[in-house]
Design a protein around this ligand. Structure first.
Ligand code: F6P
Length: 521
């Protein structure tokens, strides 16, 4: 049990010592603290000096990671062991970026050959689309992991784009589909239907209607040039009418929220060219090398993870804010929400028993400086302390340098204000307690390689925390119940007469819906 480990007890005792030490005072004790509390690697700088952590804290946290068997679990993941135990699956998103052994075989298949084949398909199909003057617009239809990754990367890298326009439809809300498709012409549009299972209600509902929309201008036999599918369920995609040549495969060992590196990333290659997609993979590969080889004390994702555990379990901080100071990176927090909360939002351990300690924090965020004018008040003065990650870039892709300096000075001002606070003992409403921790990532350029590194670092952070908490970060049983109930309620809502939702609130709301909704049964 985690809480019985020697390193855990040492951290409990150490926390009591640290209660008396402010982050500000750590800088006073060691004015050169930044020097020993930052890491530079491949055009990315990670500053973790503004934390309630001394060198001893880092040492104890790394001891905990060691005692939890992180080295072995990390190797097990790389070796294709079935670390997703509840679904008996390997977890091999690292293979998608070429970080695993080229001889690795899983379920009788050579993984590197499979990955090479898919990459060749991504290259071929993306070039086909980019070189087809008739295709001006590409619509990615998917949800969760089949949407958030390519959507976020597309927005983040938009200054590099010169391919067709990309659009994303995820929600089953008809407004989303109508709004996206209405200005487009079916003759110039290609759909990418991305769904690992090809059974997801939202994606199939949207894809079916989008297919109908294509048919308003195209003939059935022309559809194969206008639909591409990304899926593990080739049969279903074919019966939906997708040409076999236009189906890019997934595998069980690619988790939805870790799938942007494979065929789900097709939209990225379409928008920016295959070379940019390769750069993204290269960045992730660099992050993998770092995660696999850097000593824990200098290992960026291990430090991110263990500082998170320090705050979640020893200080009881409930949430974690992600603050990209970049308009283009504005979807990064949303993407991380799924990656982190769907992975580690669990309270039962690998042994099937309820855990007596907290796990994944609430992840939220927004681009700066917008965040400052929305929720930063709470981060500065609430009783709740919320550690934050600031993401900044030394360079920007626009011609307004003064804007960029303003933007970055604001990011630095926020992390400084959170750390130092400001004493106003005579007017407590103006008192800033400070002592609020944050990390800062600085990219040299907000390019595909740096983006790939960042995503992979967060993936490894989430993995490391899952190992320490003793949970399976790769299943998501919690989202199933809602889906099952929605299916049943949908049937009931389409039946004539009084509706029974099984409880008076659901029944009352259903009946009010059918009274007032113009199309209801
Ligand atoms: O939200 C639940 C989930 O299963 C995610 O894990 C996944 O990314 C998403 O649904 C979409 O699933 P699919 O790619 O199978 O349509």
């Amino acid at each position: 049990m985690l809480t019985d480990l020697a390193a855990w007890h040492a951290l409990e005792a150490h926390k009591k010592e640290m209660e008396e030490t402010s982050i500000k005072s750590l800088f006073e004790i060691d004015p050169k603290r930044f020097k020993s509390f930052h890491i530079r690697t491949d055009g990315l700088l990670f500053d973790y000096s503004k934390h309630r952590a001394s060198l001893k804290t880092i040492e104890l946290l790394c001891n905990l990671a060691k005692e939890c068997g992180l080295e072995k679990r990390r190797q097990d993941m790389l070796d294709g062991k079935e670390i997703n135990e509840s679904e008996q699956r390997a977890v091999l998103h690292m293979a998608l970026r070429g970080s695993t052994d080229p001889n690795l075989v899983v379920d009788g298949e050579n993984i590197a050959e499979f990955v090479g084949g898919v990459q060749a398909q991504i290259k071929r199909i993306s070039e086909e689309i980019r070189n087809n003057p008739k295709i001006t617009d590409v619509v990615n239809i998917g949800i969760g992991g089949s949407d958030l990754g390519p959507r976020m990367c597309y927005k983040a890298l938009i200054p590099l784009g010169e391919g067709p326009n990309l659009h994303f439809i995820s929600n089953i809300d008809g407004r989303s589909l109508e709004k996206r498709l209405q200005p487009l012409n079916p003759e110039n549009t290609l759909l990418i239907v991305a769904s690992k299972t090809f059974t997801t209600m939202e994606t199939l509902g949207n894809a079916t209607d989008a297919r109908e929309w294509l048919l308003t201008k195209l003939k059935e036999e022309d559809l194969h040039d206008h639909i591409v599918a990304v899926t593990n369920n080739v049969e279903k995609a074919m019966s939906f009418g997708v040409d076999e040549q236009h189906i890019l495969p997934l595998r069980d060992w690619i988790g939805g929220r870790y799938s942007v590196w494979g065929a789900v990333g097709l939209a990225i290659a379409v928008a920016f060219g295959y070379e940019v997609f390769e750069e993204l993979l290269k960045g992730a590969r660099l992050a993998d090398e770092h995660f696999m080889s850097a000593p824990f004390e200098k290992n960026i994702p291990v430090l991110m993870a263990m500082l998170g555990i320090w705050y979640r379990n020893f200080w009881d901080y409930p949430a974690h804010a992600i603050l990209p100071y970049s308009h283009d990176f504005r979807d990064f927090p949303r993407f991380l929400q799924q990656m982190d909360m769907e992975s580690n939002g669990k309270s039962v351990g690998l042994n099937g028993e309820r855990l007596p300690y907290a796990t994944g924090p609430i992840i939220f965020g927004e681009a700066g400086t917008n965040a400052q004018h929305a929720f930063m008040q709470l981060l500065h003065q609430s009783e709740q302390i919320i550690p934050s990650d600031f993401l900044i870039s030394a360079n920007a892709y626009h011609d307004l340098p003064d804007h960029h300096t303003h933007l970055i000075s604001n990011a630095l001002a926020q992390s400084k204000a959170l750390m130092e606070g400001q004493s106003h003992e005579d007017d407590l409403q103006r008192n800033f307690p400070g002592n609020r921790p944050s990390s800062t990532f600085m990219m040299r350029y907000p390019d595909a390689q740096r983006l790939g590194m960042l995503i992979a670092f967060y993936e490894h952070k989430v993995f490391t925390q899952g190992v320490v908490w003793g949970i399976n970060s790769f299943d998501q049983w919690g989202v199933e119940l809602g889906k099952t109930i929605a299916k049943d309620l949908y049937v009931t809502m389409n039946q004539e007469g009084l509706k029974d939702g099984g409880d008076s609130s659901t029944s009352g709301l259903m009946n009010a819906f059918s009274t007032h909704c113009e199309h209801a049964a």
